[in-house]
Design a protein around this ligand. Sequence first.
Ligand code: ZN
Length: 272
Amino acid sequence: MNVKNAALVASYAASSGMLIKCPYCGAKTISLSDHCVCSWCEALIHKKISETSSGALSQAVSAIGQSYSSKDYNAAVSSCDSAYAASKSAWFLYLKGIILLSASNNETSLISYDKPGFMEENAAHRAAASKLYADSRLSLYKAISEAGKVSADSKALDTTFLQFIASFKLKDKAGAKHYLNELSEMGNTLASSYAKMLLFNLNGLYEESLMHAESLLTKKSFSVGALYYASLALFKLRKIPDAKALVGEAIKYISTPSALALHDDIMSFGKI
Ligand SMILES: [Zn+2]
């Protein structure tokens, strides 16, 4: 993995000025082509789609982003419901699933081990985290099933990618493999390389995941999310100096809780 090169391509992409706004979560992703994977929610997004969103739907989309940033997960989830009602796009069921997952992780982080006498409070956080986790899985499964309610020959790349990424978030390896095969037949290099990078990662095959990440850090085929997955793979392979250098680049462009957590883990490697 040539970290220097990857960092150069990312900074070239950032300076090229192409930003695609996600029509689902509202985040902006640097891109070198007219489509990319959203750096926040990992939806497959296209310049054309992102320009057409308007009215009630665009209000709901901006409310999702605002509520999430202020950690008001209930409000973010209810804005996902409104956006789904207005658009019938299964991407909002998916987005609701990943916001609920974040909310569940947040509850877990509130459990405290250094407050004697607070065990009841901890039990309440654990119960809330489990409930949110179960709701998250339900919404992700619903996204896959709703997206699948189209005939096989009219199935778009976008729909198949949604089914793949939702299966990945569910850690459903067999489901993810199934949709990856469908994606590979569709002949979109960016979508299928991104999916391979994720599935190899899920299967613990970090060398292979890294290889696909590297193929997505070129001017010809670029996805900013590959900075995160390459950092993760380098970390798992214990290539610490490279992982440190790359994760520092990743967080310049990706501000998800997982990217920030990975940055902390890599930077504090070796300390207890
Ligand atoms: Zn997004």
